[in-house]
Each structure stands twice: as structure tokens, then as C-alpha cells.
Design a protein around this ligand. Structure first.
Ligand code: 5GP
Ligand code: ZN
Length: 110
């Protein structure tokens, strides 16, 4: 259920890069690199491991599309795909999400 005080429950749809029935993509507001995206389920669930398979599959579908788009746009030399689970692991927004972080061989190529 949508939480009134949760950032990711309340993102304006105009900011969606792409969505499907269960999840959406937005640009990270403080990107680690050029093209850093977040893949976020509509469902408010704090812990990635508590999401259902359908939701995780829907997130993964968007991840694959986003990676292809990023290859075409920016030609990164690598990627990090990551999910932080729990504050001790660095989770700051307590609504589960995946990071897609393109990496570039030139250190100044943010
Ligand atoms: P976490 O550390 O919880 O895995 O990552 C949360 C991510 O959300 C961070 O990379 C942060 O930059 C991003 N973020 C925080 N607030 C906002 C916001 O209001 N909009 C967007 N697009 N990203 C945000
Ligand atoms: Zn939420």
C-alpha cells in the first residue's frame, strides 16, 4: 500500500523513464555515474527479498531494457547492478529498489 511519507511511493509519473504493470524506472537524483537509474516496484516493500516473484521478474524485465538503452546512449564499459537491503547495507530509501550503474573506463567520464 502506498505510504504517504515514502519518496518512491510518491514519484511524479512524469519522471518515469519506463514502466510496466508492477515497476518503474527513474533517474537517480544523485547519480554515481552518467546514466545511473533506479528500478522500483510500485508496491511499497522495504526489503527486496520480501517482494514476490512476479514483482522481481517485472523489475528484471525493466533492468534488461534499461541496460540495452544505456548501451546505445552512453556505451559504458561496465555496470554495477546492486540492491541495498537494510540500513547497515547502506539502504537509505526504505522502499526496495535496484540500482543500474553504468561504469566508464575514463575516470572523468561521469
Ligand atoms: P539506497 O542507498 O537506498 O539503495 O539508494 C537510494 C537512492 O535513491 C540513492 O542513490 C539516492 O541518490 C536516490 N534518491 C534519493 N532521493 C531521491 C529522489 O527524491 N528522487 C530520485 N530520483 N532519487 C532519489
Ligand atoms: Zn514506498
Amino acid at each position: 500500500m502506498k505510504q504517504p511519507d515514502c519518496i518512491f511511493c510518491n514519484i511524479d509519473q512524469d519522471n518515469f523513464i519506463l514502466k510496466n504493470d508492477l515497476a518503474y524506472i527513474i533517474k537517480d537524483k544523485y547519480p554515481h555515474s552518467r546514466g545511473h537509474l533506479l528500478i522500483i516496484p510500485f508496491e511499497h516493500e522495504e526489503n527486496y527479498f520480501e517482494l514476490g516473484k512476479k514483482t522481481r521478474d517485472a523489475m528484471n524485465d525493466l533492468l534488461i531494457i534499461a541496460k540495452k538503452d544505456c548501451d546505445e546512449k552512453y556505451q559504458p564499459s561496465g555496470y554495477n547492478v546492486s540492491v541495498n537491503i537494510g540500513r547497515s547495507a547502506g539502504q537509505v530509501v526504505m522502499h526496495a529498489h535496484l540500482h543500474l550503474i553504468p561504469r566508464y573506463s575514463k575516470s572523468n567520464d561521469i
